[in-house]
Design a protein around this ligand. Structure first.
Ligand SMILES: C[S@@+](CC[C@H](N)C(=O)[O-])C[C@H]1O[C@@H](n2cnc3c(N)ncnc32)[C@H](O)[C@@H]1O
Length: 484
């Protein structure tokens, strides 16, 4: 066996101590696991359902990406696709048609709010928190499930402790056109500020990342034998804060992308001992997740294992808070527009029709912008806030008059376009030119276009342009532009 293992180390570059621990954990299944870890990585994406309906999207994406898409059984918006597809650089990615997400990672949001456990959420205005949200894979999945479930009345808070990662999270939600409050906080400070306010929490914990070794060889290089114990200590603390943020009757998914007992079953066994007000739930779930083998004493955790399904390694469990006290924190007030700005906003609303009321949202001034604001927002006093919601307009000051310009995020937020549209077909070289930030020549016949224009492809908005005398000035943000 030792010789066999050494050959495998060389091939897949897995840390020997990790392999020894996995052998102890998996016993007879170890060789199947090792085989799977040696197979090539699997690509997948999740369709952004507020923009595209999954069945139609499958055909559209197969045509556009030039590869077949294969359904993922536990996520009706998830699809496998071949490595040859350049999904990340395709204009449809820029248009927010999908999020490139690992297949097993699609299980956690489904367990909390989707077909595999989410039927419980009957609250009219559900409040959902993603406590460790960047870069936003599971957060955007929660946002789309919540929109379906609550008819747009749900309130999603996405938190990320690391500031640059919180910025990436904001950009991803913006691309997908999904509204959420984004904070950049330590979970301890959120628990102290808000208490038991949320109906549902996703705790996708920072972990030793062993389940990602096949997908990301760097994860294996960064791993050390002491990492799981360090992560377990951090997970212990975050679980405590998450428990404080959940209302009685609420549900929480705890997930990691690692294999160790101490970060998964043991972490939860110890949590349940400290918190008798919580219990584990085990709703009917896809057979592929059914790797509940009684690791430790925990009987209701899900182990998604690469030798049992087409996906990477994940762990998750669904917790229910049986009792305790709910807390209704003081709510934040939107910052009203000053008098002269009110008039500008009225004009902006009639020209650009953001129609935020259909999601029960208001508008508030925030950091030089007008952003969507959810009346369920708890007090943000002394908290680091990245975004209140979706930015709708930029407040341009200077000179004698102030003005409002449509924000890039608004172009992705629209469900239907209220302003003139320039459609660029995939074969039109101006499509790539627009994404590079270049000025476009308008064809004869689009001469009627003047002023703000939404540029779209495949029926989805990419961003803004401004038509002036037969040319389109490019307003695609610099930070998104594709390199020439
Ligand atoms: C597994 S990743 C989250 C992935 C994300 N849920 C997604 O699906 O895209 C864990 C996140 O926790 C953050 N994190 C690290 N230390 C933390 C801490 N002490 N408290 C809360 N979050 C932390 C990391 O920066 C990282 O973004």
């Amino acid at each position: 066996m030792r010789l066999f293992l050494m050959v495998k180390y060389a091939l897949v570059n897995l840390p020997p101590i990790f392999l020894e621990r996995m052998q102890t954990l998996l016993a007879a299944e170890f060789s199947a696991f090792l085989e799977a870890m040696h197979e090539s990585r699997i690509n997948s994406l999740r369709v952004n359902t507020p923009k595209l309906e999954p069945v139609g999207a499958q055909k559209l994406l197969e045509g556009a990406l030039g590869v077949p898409l294969q359904e993922i059984s536990w996520c009706n918006s998830g699809f496998y696709l071949s490595h040859t597809a350049k999904a990340g650089s395709h204009p449809l990615h820029a248009a927010g048609a999908y999020y490139i997400q690992e297949a097993s990672a699609m299980a956690a949001a489904e367990l909390l709010l989707g077909d595999w456990g989410g039927e419980w959420l009957q609250t009219h205005f559900p409040r959902v928190l993603d406590l460790c949200a960047a870069p936003g894979g599971k957060a955007s999945h929660l946002a789309q499930l919540l929109q379906n479930k609550s008819g747009g009345t749900g309130f999603l808070v996405c938190n990320e402790i690391v500031a640059p990662r919180a910025k990436i999270l904001a950009e991803n939600l913006e691309r997908l056109g999904l509204p959420a409050l984004i904070t950049n906080e330590d979970p301890a400070r959120l628990a102290q500020a808000w208490g038991a306010y949320f109906d549902a929490i996703l705790l996708d914990a920072p972990c030793s990342g062993e389940g990602m070794f096949r997908k990301d060889p760097n994860a294996a290089l960064e791993w050390t034998p002491v990492l799981p114990a360090l992560c377990a200590r951090r997970q212990h603390d975050i679980l405590e804060w998450a428990a404080q943020l959940l209302r009685p009757g609420g549900r929480m998914v705890y997930s990691t992308c690692t294999f160790t007992l101490e970060e998964n079953e043991t972490a939860l066994e110890e949590f349940l001992q400290r918190h008798p007000e919580f219990e584990l739930l085990h709703p009917p779930t896809p057979p592929e997740w059914g790797f509940v083998r009684g690791f430790g004493a925990l009987q209701a955790g899900f182990r998604l294992m690469p030798h049992h399904l087409k996906g990477e390694g994940h762990f998750m469990a669904l917790l229910h808070k049986k009792d305790g006290e709910a807390h209704d924190p003081k709510l934040e007030e939107p910052t009203p527009l000053e008098r002269p700005m009110q008039k500008l906003w009225k004009e902006f609303e009639s020209q650009f029709e953001p129609k935020i009321e259909q999601y029960s949202l208001l508008a508030s001034v925030f950091k030089g912008e007008i952003q969507t604001f959810d009346p369920q927002t708890p007090s943000l006093e002394r908290l680091k806030v990245v975004r209140l919601g979706t930015p709708l307009a930029e407040i341009k000051t200077g000179g004698k008059t102030n003005r409002l310009e449509p924000h890039h995020a608004l172009s992705h937020f629209y469900q239907t376009n209220p302003v003139p549209t320039l459609t660029l077909e995939p074969i039109d070289p101006r499509l790539a030119a627009y994404l590079r930030g270049e000025t476009l020549e308008l064809e004869e016949g689009s001469g009627a276009l003047e002023g703000w224009v939404l540029v779209q492809t495949f029926g989805l908005n990419l961003g803004w342009g401004k038509a002036v005398k037969g040319v389109l000035k490019n307003h695609y943000p610099k930070y998104l532009r594709h390199n020439s």
